[in-house]
Design a protein around this ligand. Sequence first.
Ligand SMILES: CC(C)(COP(=O)(O)OP(=O)(O)OC[C@H]1O[C@@H](n2cnc3c(N)ncnc32)[C@H](O)[C@@H]1OP(=O)(O)O)[C@@H](O)C(=O)NCCC(=O)NCCS
Length: 169
Amino acid sequence: MSADPNELPPSYARVSLAVITSGREANLLGNVHGGEIMKLADSTAGAVAQRHSGGPAVTAAMDEMAFLHPVHVGDIVHTFAQVNWTGRSSMEIGVRIEAQPWNDPSVTSLHVASAYFVFVAIDADGRSREIPQLTPETPDEVRRMREAEIRRAHRLAKKREIDSGRTRD
Ligand SMILES: CC(C)(COP(=O)(O)OP(=O)(O)OC[C@H]1O[C@@H](n2cnc3c(N)ncnc32)[C@H](O)[C@@H]1OP(=O)(O)O)[C@@H](O)C(=O)NCCC(=O)NCCS
């Protein structure tokens, strides 16, 4: 790890969580409710944001989440999350979610969803505060940071365009 506390690699704050789903999380069809998966992804990303920024951080935005396969009650749901990019106070956190039946290790873990979250580190007054910069160490981390910059530019452009339309009204 870098000796400079203002520079941290993605591995510093990386988090993975695993839970066994139960009937409490089921939707009316008997599968796990998509909102439960989103909450788990948000919680995992929140832990990463807190660890990277060394204090409180809030969810500012989440990009779309596509569900690729249903999650069944009793599946082990596994989340993997890490910081992809940092700005002054905001960070993009990527989360990958996989599921596997609790009782059958011969079934390969399925990629059920992925999402990108923007978290903003805040101070005691709720204002954004500076965070350590990300120092990618592997080619994959460099690629994720580059792709996150593209998503950041699109998010801000969309926000600017929508905000400017509202001030014209
Ligand atoms: C997130 C929040 C602190 C941002 O406040 P703000 O006044 O826009 O703060 P700033 O102008 O200082 O911007 C802070 C950073 O957030 C980024 N940001 C703010 N809104 C964003 C959005 N919708 N998408 C992407 N980035 C965003 C800014 O680009 C800036 O990034 P940088 O510092 O890395 O350059 C504020 O909107 C908030 O408290 N929201 C509620 C969060 C919350 O409660 N979440 C839980 C849901 S219940």
